[in-house]
Design a protein around this ligand. Structure first.
Ligand code: AMP
Ligand code: ZN
Length: 442
């Protein structure tokens, strides 16, 4: 059966056909590195990891590009708030992201471009947009001229008023139109900046993905993905920039995942319900989190709960028992393959796996798990890990180390946050007079 995918641009499922036979290019918007990734950020990572594995199986030659946004106002704010240098903030959080996503069984992308490594390409794209009459300079800023591109809004399907409201755009005096968005903006001496034809400044967010996708995949390319919130304004703006700068199609298939909520609520700082992957890994094996993230269809909302993860853990216990001792099998069971080919229907694939487990088909379960990135450990390691796995302990030690560093830096708020995080996971810390810290489970 052929792979079908729901294309946001066409608002329907389509049979996937790569531009070049047997070769696929995929670009997924990656993290802005200023803080721990939360479990919502992990959803696109797992969804596109499943797609990547499926494409690799069907096409062999897949180039998966996922960027790192390492210049952004949120990074500047984080650095100002804590006093930690920007380079240190981005390096530390990028490393944490890599560790956390690996723990979820996500394969690393083939290319992981950093925005700060592609400033020259962004400047070049902006210069082309100005030359083509699609952008203008005003008071050190360069803005995209939305009125110059009538199809603007085609991806998100929003009308002009909705776009202005949705983008929460600033009505700035230097803008010709409130819908115009920033390609380049000036930096003061304390902010990161690069020399440009418009003075020292930094790029807007959207231009980085236009420049980096073109550099690493060419234009057009096959698949562009990310969370649904990116449809507007981020992807709408990328699309406008890329089409106007280069006068060719940009992306063939736009794929967007739905949002994750926690116990029925949107995660937010004000509700205090942001669950980081890092803290969840103290409580649960990464594979159980991965299966939880695959339990809803990727376009549907997913309500995350600890009970859901416990259930996923039980499912994996059962599957590990059935698959124990079976060698790695060949063919993916047809029911599982058909489910994934149908717009990545992971809940259906999981139902098929339950049926394989019920039938005692360990080999089939292994073959399906290979494709889905599950059952990666030996049964022995898995069941050992359930009680007090090395992975869990390593995370706890790691958090204790970070707490010590925070205290040494006299950042007591951060230190307390880590202690509270561990307490919430049932880990009690005891500080000895010599400065060392012991931990135990409640
Ligand atoms: P950010 O670092 O904020 O740009 O987000 C990184 C990725 O996570 C983007 O693809 C977002 O769409 C996605 N994302 C953020 N929050 C959620 C959520 N609650 N559920 C699903 N995806 C999310
Ligand atoms: Zn992007």
């Amino acid at each position: 059966m052929a792979l079908t995918l729901y294309n946001t641009m066409k608002r329907q499922k389509e049979v996937f056909e790569p531009l070049v036979a047997d070769r696929v290019g995929m670009y997924v918007c990656g993290p802005t590195v200023y803080d721990w990734a939360h479990i919502g950020n992990a959803r696109p990572v797992v969804v596109f990891d499943v797609l990547y594995r499926l494409l690799k199986r069907e096409y062999g030659d897949v180039k998966y590009v996922r960027n790192i946004t390492d210049v952004d106002d949120r990074i500047i704010e984080a650095s100002e708030a804590s006093g930690e240098a920007i380079d240190s903030v981005t390096a530390r959080t990028t490393q944490a992201y890599h560790d956390d996503m690996a723990a979820l069984g996500a394969l690393p992308p083939d290319v992981e471009p950093r925005a700060t490594g592609h400033i020259a390409e962004m400047i070049e794209t902006i210069e082309t947009l100005i030359a083509n009459g699609h952008a203008y300079e005003a008071e050190g800023h360069v803005l995209f001229d939305v009125a110059s591109h009538p199809p603007y809004g085609e991806l998100s399907g929003r009308n002009r008023d909705e776009m202005i409201a949705g983008a929460r755009v600033e009505v700035a005096p230097y803008k010709k139109d409130p819908a115009d968005f920033v390609l380049w903006k000036p930096s003061n001496d304390d902010q990161p900046g690069w020399d440009s034809p418009w003075g020292r400044g930094r790029p807007g967010w959207h231009i980085e993905c236009s420049a980096m996708s073109r550099k690493h995949l060419g234009q057009p390319f096959d698949i562009h993905g990310g969370g649904r919130d990116l449809t507007f304004p981020h992807h709408e703006n990328e699309l406008a920039q890329s089409v106007c700068a280069h006068d060719t199609e940009f992306v063939r298939y736009w794929i967007h995942n739905g949002f994750l909520t926690v116990e029925g609520e949107k995660m937010s700082k004000s509700l205090g319900n942001i669950l980081t992957v890092h803290e969840l890994l103290v409580e649960f094996p990464g594979e159980a989190l991965r299966l939880t993230l695959m339990s809803a269809h990727y376009r549907q909302p997913l309500d995350f709960s600890r009970d859901g993860v416990r259930q996923a853990k039980h499912t994996l216990d059962r599957w590990y028992r059935v698959a124990d001792g079976t060698a790695v099998a060949g063919e993916t069971p047809p029911g599982v393959a058909a489910a994934l080919d149908d717009d990545l229907n992971t809940p259906q694939a999981i139902a098929e796996m339950h049926a394989l487990a019920a039938a005692g088909d360990g080999a089939g379960l292994r073959a399906a798990s290979d494709l889905l990135g599950l059952l990666g450990s030996s049964a022995e390691n898995w069941f050992q890990g359930s009680d007090d796995g090395d992975e869990g302990s390593a995370h706890i030690e790691d958090l204790i180390g970070r707490r010590r560093a925070a205290r040494e830096a006299r950042d007591f708020a951060a230190a307390d946050r880590i202690r509270d995080e561990l307490a919430a996971a049932g880990i009690v810390l005891e500080d000895a007079p010599d400065g060392s810290t012991e931990w135990r489970r409640e």
